[in-house]
Design a binder for this molecule. Structure first.
Ligand code: TYD
Ligand code: MG
Length: 466
């Protein structure tokens, strides 16, 4: 075989003999990257260390005897929750995130906890030396005597497979997939082909031997996992580490999970002894909330199955340079623009010449449409300089006609708000019948339009009565 150069799409893996500006398959621009394959093909890692292939032929579904997920706890409750109740044997879990966010720390913590509970773990520290990993383990809690935890500094996939054959671990951690390579492929480590192939071999290993595999992946500047998007399709679970590197909170979010619900989150705090679990995130997110300040509104959002109280902050200031600027941190920018348009058109607020900034305090990103009303109320409150009562939570989806639409899973949201001492709740009128009346002691204020909500919340900031 001659040495050859191909161009692979970093987004979908499409290959072409020549460079293209736009991928014909996934239509992404500038996603083709050059890959050089060496002249002499060697045996691939999978062949050399003979990862068993899938052998079974087709069978009738009705004859298949189902077996329960063989789950085990990873020793960190927040992580177990994100995984849908623990690690499933034979599953492949991808953890992505910005550099320095804590991927290596959490994976080492999981490895230590698993080893301490009697499991055999192989931690492939491909980026850092064994000594560096040792130093890290000394920093983290419970990391000093981790039982059967093997560490190796290796980047060659076939060698890694050999170790797995020898040690027979129940859990393997590969940190990170971008530096693992299979020399047989010829291209350099981190290239689209390498990442895809190595992940494929590891997945096959997991499925045939029942070993759970954690794969750590870097993210690109755009925030997607480096390497082909197909990586996300290959694995069973994709977890992303979110949060500002300069703040101590870290949110681990499941964006895909074949064994649990997606959007489930775990909240951690980076401290001197590694990542600590945050048991009551709502309390933490609201801890620095200013009381009776215009533009601050609390909403109970739902992240996966977990209700979470977050503070939405808005600032509205006269635009100085003609063109008004809008910024959204932790909230969808286009959604913010839509809500501003609704405030202008349906309420008559003149926001055209105002700069508007919206921030979700605590570095969390929310996608729950139930936060719409809180964002709109925060912007109107900031614009008018009138505060929303600090013991009141606000939730509801805002429609284009300015109507308030119902939200899902109301009882758990209300329960969380009540637990944290909130006394009143402005909620969609359509939801009137879906809260557990007997358990909820908060005053319920149903509204059907944005105008109604603003009239109630902003006109009298001390007394609400209906
Ligand atoms: P790391 O896990 O190396 O990040 P990643 O693998 O995602 O690149 O995290 C490193 C950061 O975490 C680094 O800035 C130091 C900080 N850190 C702590 O604050 N406390 C600790 O106990 C540890 C181990 C790391
Ligand atoms: Mg790392």
């Amino acid at each position: 075989m001659k040495a050859k150069t191909v161009f692979s799409c970093s987004s979908c893996g499409y290959q072409s003999a020549k460079w293209l500006g736009k991928c014909p398959d996934c239509a992404n621009w500038n996603s083709m990257v050059e890959e050089n394959y060496s002249a002499a093909p060697a045996e691939s890692a999978a062949v050399r260390s003979s990862v068993p292939a899938y052998k079974d032929g087709p069978v009738l579904l009705k004859e298949v005897v189902g077996k329960k997920d063989n789950r085990f706890s990873c020793g960190i409750a927040e992580m177990d929750r994100v995984l849908g109740g623990g690690i499933v044997a034979g599953s492949v879990i991808l953890i992505g995130g910005d550099p320095g966010i804590g991927k290596s720390t959490i994976s080492l913590q999981i490895s230590c906890a698993l080893a301490a509970s009697g499991k055999t773990v192989l931690y492939v520290s491909a980026e850092e030396s064994v000594e560096q990993t040792k130093m890290r383990s000394e920093r983290i809690k419970d990391g000093s005597d981790p039982g059967n935890l093997y560490i190796v500094n290796q980047t060659d996939l076939s060698e890694v497979l050999e170790y797995i054959k020898k040690i027979k671990p129940q859990v393997v951690v590969v940190d990170s997939i971008q530096v693992i390579w299979d020399p047989a492929l010829g291209s350099c480590a981190g290239s689209v082909g390498q990442v895809r192939e190595c992940a494929g071999v590891l997945t096959q290993l997991a499925k045939t031997t029942g070993t759970a595999v954690f794969i750590i992946g870097h993210v690109t500047k755009e925030g997607t996992l480096a390497g082909p998007r197909v990586l996300e399709h290959i694995v069973d679970t994709v977890l992303y580490f979110e949060g500002d590197r300069f703040l101590s909170h870290r949110i681990l979010r499941a964006v895909k999970n074949r064994f649990g619900s997606t959007n489930e989150i775990g909240v951690f705090q980076m401290c001197g002894a590694g990542l600590e679990q945050v048991r009551n995130p709502s309390e933490v997110f609201l801890s620095q909330r200013p009381k009776d300040v215009a533009g601050s509104v609390v909403v109970p959002v739902l992240e996966g199955t977990r209700p979470l109280l977050v503070e939405i902050q808005a600032l509205v200031a006269k635009a100085n340079f003609g063109y008004a600027s809008r910024r959204a941190e932790g909230f969808d920018y286009n959604r913010l623009n839509l809500l501003i348009a609704v405030l202008e058109k349906r309420i008559g607020l003149h926001l055209g010449a105002e700069d508007i900034f919206v921030n979700v305090a605590g570095g969390i990103k929310i996608e729950d449409p139930a936060a719409d009303l809180a964002v709109a109320v925060a912007a109107a409150s900031a614009f008018r300089g009138q505060s929303v009562p600090s013991d009141c939570v606000v939730l509801g989806e805002v429609g284009l006609a300015g109507e308030i639409r119902s939200v899902a899973q109301l009882p758990s949201r209300l329960g969380e708000a009540q637990n944290l001492g909130f006394k009143r709740c402005v909620l969609p009128a359509n939801n009137k019948d879906s809260w557990g009346r007997e358990k909820i002691k908060m005053e319920m204020i149903p509204v059907s339009t944005l105008k109604e909500a603003l009239d109630i919340l902003l006109n009298s900031s001390t007394v609400i009565s209906r």
